[in-house]
Design a protein around this ligand. Sequence first.
Ligand code: FBP
Length: 266
Amino acid sequence: MKNIDDSAITRDGKSLIVAHDHGLEHGPEDFEPNPESADPEHVFEVAQHEAVTALALQKGLAEHYREFGGDTPLLVKLNGNSNLWSPEDHMSYLNCSVKYAVEELNADAVGFTFYAGSDNEERMAQDFRRIQEEARKYDVSVVMWAYPRGHGIESSEKYEGDTDPEVIAYAARLGLEMGADMVKCKYPGLEGWKDVEEVTSRMKTVMSGGSKASDEKFLSDVAGMIEAGGNGLAVGRNVFQREDPESILDSLEKVIYEEKTVEESL
Ligand code: FBP
């Protein structure tokens, strides 16, 4: 098994993943703040920035990315779900195999959403087991979108919803237990991220970018995550919804790899 530090999707042990799967997860409304971002080729171009260690795409865009000829490593997301239906509880459906991702799309890594706490947790755990074992055969890294979400969390008397730092740390730990190489979690604040680090041992951790925020707020969250021992970021809207995505990537490069302060990075 390859160490993730030797994989294409990290640089000096850190990662800056640009995610562009929002057309599936949230729908075209995510492109409204910057209509250029509806064009995948625009985002492919943005992701050629030297700070970016991977571009995370669903299968359909990944097929176009290879035609486009991008050389930023590709992380193919293997499951996903739209916002259009009304399930009993959260479920992310498999729509690509590891074999297809590696052999046909030339993926360097694969991604999988796991909603811990959903009534469908068992189905996602079974899917994860399959893709994780297949990924080991192909020697590609597995990134888990580790999101606590669903009835188990909503009805719990122990946790205060899916942003409770304790439940975020629990979901991150599941990634380690289940065999992920990297987990991606929502940012619960600096102290909360320290807890994430404490329970994930040497597994890589990246924070989720979240909805668009001011440069200062967004970069100070990223700096907090780095200070707490995190390994980087998987970001969508805070990059592609900006009119000048390159400028925020320049700042992120300084905060993540050079550990500069927010002021120095701007
Ligand atoms: P953002 O930085 O825009 O939050 O994107 C990261 C991401 O994980 C995407 O890969 C995904 O589409 C989205 O967040 C899902 O977020 P949520 O399930 O909270 O809507």
